[in-house]
Design a protein around this ligand. Structure first.
Ligand SMILES: Cc1ncc(COP(=O)(O)O)c(C=O)c1O
Ligand SMILES: N[C@@H](CCOP(=O)(O)O)C(=O)O
Length: 468
C-alpha cells in the first residue's frame, strides 16, 4: 500500500514511512493511494470476530508488508488486553434505533486509547528493527495527550512532548497528563488555544532542519496510523447491526475531524454508511460549513466539551482532497487561502457532495447539559458532554428511514468531566479505583507562550537530556 500527500509535493511512501513521518513534508496529510474495498461476502465473513482479530484483519491492507499478519495480531491483542470491557468497544442500545458505541474503556478513559495503545506498540516494533529514536510532539485539547503519554511512557526509543492549552482542559484531563513523571515525558501548557498548540506542532514539522535534528514524529490524527486504527470500531458496530446487508448511520462528536473521517473510511471500504452526523459545540465551524458552505474561522471559545474546542479541523483536509477529486494542487491552494484568509473557498459542487452524506448539528452548553440530563432521566445513561452532543445530534439529524440504526460514538467516560455531569444530573461519576488518587498526585509541567522558538528550545532541551 502506497500513500500520497493531499498537497502532492511529498514523495509517496509505504506505511512505515507514513507512520514515522506524521505530517507530509509539503504540509499535507497522507492518504492511501487506493482504498482497499471488501466485497459483501468478505465483510460478512468478519462478523463475530473478537475485536483484536477484526482490527488486525482490517488494518492489514493499510500496513502491507511492514508487519506479518501474525505480528500485527499479536500487537492488537496486546493493545486491547487491558481494556475494561471484554468487548473492547461495547455497543449499548439506547432506544429502538439508537446505539452508543462506548470507546472509553481504555486506560485513559477516552476513545484515543483505541488507536494510541496500538500506535505505541507500532512505533516500538518499527524503531527496534531500525535501531532509531524519535521525539514525538503532540497537541491536545485534553484526551490525545494523556492517551499518547500512557502509550509512550518509559519506552526506550521515544521521547514525548505534549502541548495543551493552559487552563482549557478539565482538571482530570490535565492531571492525567501532568502526573506522569516518567523521564521521557514532558508536558507544556501553552498560553493560547488548542488551535495555537496544533499550529505550533505543524510549524515544528514544517521546520525541516528542526524536524530532522529531533527526528520528529506525530501522534495526532495528522498521522494516518491513528485513523487506520480507528476504522475497525466503526466496522465492528456496523457488522454487529447487520451490515453489509443493512445500512447504518453514525453520529460523531467532532473536533479535529479524525474520528468521523475513520467512519467515512469504512464507507470507502464498502460498508453501507447512509449518513455521517457531525456534532459540534459552540465552536461550530463544521456545522456552519455543512449548512451553508461557510468554513470561516472565529476565535476558539471555551465550552463544557473542551476536547472539541477547535476551529481548524486538521483532517478536513483529507476529505477536501477527496471532494476535489484528489486534485492535490487544488487542495494545496484551498488550504493556502484558508490559512491566509481564515475562510475556506470550497467549490459549490464539492460542498454539495459533502452534504449528500454529512449533516452538522451544533449545541451550546445549555443544550449539552439538557441532553446529559435527558439521557440520565430517560435512559439511566450517564454521558459525558462530548457523547451527549453526539446523541442530541443523532436525534436531530437521523435518516428519515427508522429502520436505519444510528450509532453514536461515546468518546469519553463521564468521570473525565465530573463537574458538567454533576451540574446536569446531580450525579458525580467516580474515577475507576486505579485513578482514585489522581487529585493527590504530584504534577509536573512547564508554561510557555505560543511562540515557536520557545517551544522548539523546550523540545530540544527535553530530547537532549534524554539522549545524553
Ligand atoms: C472526548 C472527545 N470527543 C470528541 C473529540 C473529537 O474528535 P476528533 O478530533 O477526532 O473529531 C475529541 C478530541 O479529539 C475528544 O477528546
Ligand atoms: N480532541 C483532541 C484534539 C486532538 O485531536 P487528534 O485526534 O488530532 O489527536 C484531544 O483530545 O487532544
Amino acid at each position: 500500500m502506497l500513500y500520497l500527500s493531499t498537497r502532492g509535493q511529498a514523495a509517496p511512501r509505504d506505511f512505515e514511512g507514513v507512520l514515522l513521518a506524521g505530517l507530509a513534508e509539503d504540509g499535507g496529510l497522507f492518504l492511501p493511494a487506493t482504498w482497499p474495498v471488501l466485497s459483501p461476502a468478505e465483510w460478512r465473513a468478519l462478523r463475530g470476530l473478537p475485536y483484536p482479530e477484526l482490527a488486525a484483519r482490517l488494518m492489514q491492507p493499510f500496513i502491507g508488508e511492514a508487519l506479518t499478519p501474525a505480528t500485527l495480531l499479536g500487537l492488537t491483542e496486546a493493545a486491547y488486553a487491558g481494556f475494561g470491557s471484554p468487548a473492547v468497544a461495547p455497543l449499548v442500545q439506547l432506544d429502538h434505533r439508537s446505539f452508543i458505541l462506548e470507546l472509553f474503556h481504555g486506560p485513559t478513559l477516552a476513545f484515543k486509547d483505541m488507536a494510541m495503545q496500538l500506535l505505541g506498540r507500532l512505533f516500538d516494533q518499527v524503531l527496534a528493527r531500525r535501531g532509531e529514536r524519535i521525539t514525538i510532539v503532540g497537541a491536545t485539547s485534553g484526551d490525545t495527550g494523556s492517551a499518547a503519554i500512557e502509550a509512550c511512557r518509559d519506552r526506550d526509543a521515544i521521547d514525548i512532548v505534549i502541548l495543551h492549552p493552559e487552563g482549557r482542559t478539565s482538571e482530570v484531563q490535565r492531571r492525567q497528563m501532568t502526573t506522569v513523571l516518567a523521564g521521557n515525558v514532558a508536558n507544556l501548557a501553552v498560553r493560547g488555544s488548542f488551535d495555537d498548540c496544533q499550529d505550533l506542532v505543524k510549524a515544528m514539522f514544517n521546520d525541516a532542519p528542526f524536524r530532522q535534528e529531533m527526528r520528529l514524529a506525530a501522534v495526532n490524527s495528522i498521522n494516518w496510523a491513528r485513523i487506520a486504527a480507528q476504522i475497525p470500531y466503526y466496522a465492528y458496530a456496523a457488522l454487529s447491526l447487520g451490515a453489509p446487508d443493512r445500512p447504518v448511520a453514525f453520529s460523531v462528536p467532532t473536533g479535529n475531524f479524525g474520528n468521523v473521517l475513520a467512519a467515512w473510511a469504512v464507507r470507502e471500504m464498502g460498508l453501507p454508511v447512509e449518513r455521517l452526523i457531525v456534532g459540534s459545540n459552540r465552536n461550530d465551524i463544521l456545522a456552519r460549513f455543512l449548512a451553508a458552505n461557510d468554513m470561516s474561522v472565529k476565535g476558539v471559545e471555551p465550552s463544557l466539551s473542551p476536547s472539541m474546542d477547535i476551529q481548524v479541523s486538521s483532517n478536513f483536509e483529507r476529505l477536501l482532497f477527496e471532494l476535489l477529486g484528489r486534485d492535490a494542487a487544488a487542495t494545496a491552494e484551498t488550504m493556502r487561502r484558508f490559512r491566509a484568509e481564515g475562510r475556506m473557498p470550497v467549490p459549490e459542487a464539492a460542498w454539495r457532495r459533502a452534504t449528500e452524506l454529512f449533516r452538522g448539528v451544533a449545541l451550546d452548553d445549555e443544550a449539552t447539559l439538557a441532553e446529559i440530563r435527558h439521557l440520565w432521566d430517560r435512559a439511566g445513561y450517564l454521558a459525558d458532554p462530548h457523547t451527549a452532543i453526539g446523541t442530541a445530534a443523532a436525534r436531530a439529524a437521523a435518516p428519515r428511514d427508522p429502520a436505519i440504526p444510528v450509532v453514536v460514538a461515546a468518546t469519553a467516560h463521564p468521570a473525565k468531566f465530573p463537574d458538567a455531569v454533576a451540574r446536569a444530573t446531580g450525579q458525580r461519576p467516580p474515577l475507576p479505583p486505579r485513578l482514585a488518587d489522581l487529585p493527590a498526585r504530584e504534577e509536573r509541567f512547564s508554561v510557555l507562550p505560543a511562540e515557536l522558538d520557545a517551544v522548539e528550545d523546550f523540545v530540544r532541551a527535553h530530547t537532549r537530556r534524554n539522549r545524553g
